[in-house]
Write a protein of this length. Sequence first.
Length: 663
Amino acid sequence: MIARPPGTIPDAPGSYQFKDAEGRVIYVGKAKSLRSRVGSYFQNPINLQPRTAQMVASAASVEWIQVRNDVEAVMLEYSLIKQHRPRFNVRLRDDKSYPFLAITETDEWPRAMVKRGTKDKGTRYFGPYAHAYAIRETLDSLLRTFPIRTCSDNKFNVHQKQGRPCLLYHIEKCSGPCINAIEAQEYERLVGDLIQFLDGDTDAVVHRLDEEMRSAAGILEYERAARLRDRLASVRKVIEKQQMVTERVEDLDVFGIAEDELEAAVQVFYVRRGRVVGRKGFVVDKVEDLTRSQLVADILEQHYHEAPMGVPPLIVVPDAPEECDVMEAFLAVMRSAVADRGRNDAVDSDVEWWAVTGKYRVERSVNTAAHAGSRVEIRVPQRGDKRTLLEMVTRNAGEEFARHRLRRSSDHNARARALTALQEALGLPEAPLRIECYDMSHIQGSDYVGSMVVMEDGLPRPSEYRRFKVKGVGGNDDYAAMEEVLTRRLTAYLVEREKPVDERRRRFAYPPQLLLVDGGKGQLSVAIRVVEALGLEEEIPVASLAKQFEEVFVPGQADPIRINRTSEALYLLQRIRDEAHRFAITYHRKLRGRRMTASILDDIPGLGPARRKRLLTDLGGLKGIKAAPVESLLDLPWLPDKVGQAVFDRIHQPTPASAAARG
């Protein structure tokens, strides 16, 4: 990379981006002074840290964006890292999909459920929890006090039509909204009380239940008083599991970190009103050289872009982050945004908006009037209950890191050995860090599909999987189908390669370092023919794996390569081959099932999905439509006469067999 003259770099805050020869962003940083920070990279590589030197050696150019202050530089860095996912930036990886307790506030009759994955607007989330069974156990206890529904919408609608409640109503774990056994206002109060309790405000709920129990006993309603007593006991049982961990009733997040030179394990405990209400753990890939304070800053910046439990006014960390006042101002902006948009809604789009337009400009001081009520303090406690809590969270991080290192050691070493052994066995120019495998699936030439599965660094990448519906092959011809699929995939790669980097689509932008097809010599010949026709034979190695004897065929060799049955290289090939077969079979079954269950009402002009659904509902299903006279169809006010007549004609048109019998 050619060094930029210092005079051309502004002495101002901003974000800088290193790019490789293909224009991909490989590192994003921020700086109070772009001139000082960017200039520090242009020195003798011997004086740089090893990972930093590797990043500079991989870079072909550096660009920067100047902003008004340090906080905006953090906002812009955060937005660019999220957009480009640079390979040399610190990456946070969740070691599991953590479950939340979710309450669908926007439903007519809100429900409680255990939910993982993406968050929906209008749904309130509590957690995350370490285990799903912990949520279910807590929810089971709370339903005796707050009997809101937990059933799915489909089940709710079924019982609503039947006019009969499910078992949960009879055991007093549901108030029966499906049969209108509770008024909407009372149900809304139950939902509000449950949310208040889960937010940590337990005293008010306990006090109200205790008063209602005593009041019922005072007017001799002993059965109601007994039910309230049982509900109160259930609530107190849940509270006992969430003991106070701070002396005062306050909200804070506590971060514990355990690390080595390559990775770090992070545990976060979410404390609300003095009680631990959730926890989360993740692993950090330290792909750049970081001090402890820089690591803490990166962890806070990336963790709070999702803000699973909001941004509390106090964050406890083991070490102060780099430029602590700037990070506090950044988190104050995030806290303000969450408060503006709703506690559980994502703030990503707003942050991008801030970075581009400066909608939420904030100066260096964190005491600005705009954010006076959203101030965030980052604290390293030296004594007291918070120090004790930090030590407990750090111990949890250390135990999790020890387990992770055991998994990492065995898994990483096995994958490295497998890739090296595969390189040697097939005579590849480099270890195949990206392997693509293709398989075909059909039944007697019908519903022909192809699958492409991807392994990167020996691990499956489901986000890179692709499915192909074969279009130009008639009858049973695996070779022609394979040729079509490979041609479509590699042609797409050639098209993407010619585009500017910013316009490329991820799915086909990168070539495989090994193209594997399921089959023998015939399938290999097809793969060779396709790569040669597209001029990629020097760039993409190909091979095929035959099922019968697990033999590997490569170009230029008449005899197969027999890899040792106990070899990790063969196991790697088998895994990706089996995954390609599974993926193809799944897609084929989906298409075949869709075709076999196609309704007689499909493809009627003017009868779209909404009208078809309403027609089936109003007339009692397909059987009712068949029995209905044409007048009944024409009398439907929402169905045009022309469409009603078309439905009747389609239902009552003669089948080929009946027409032949009459003839």
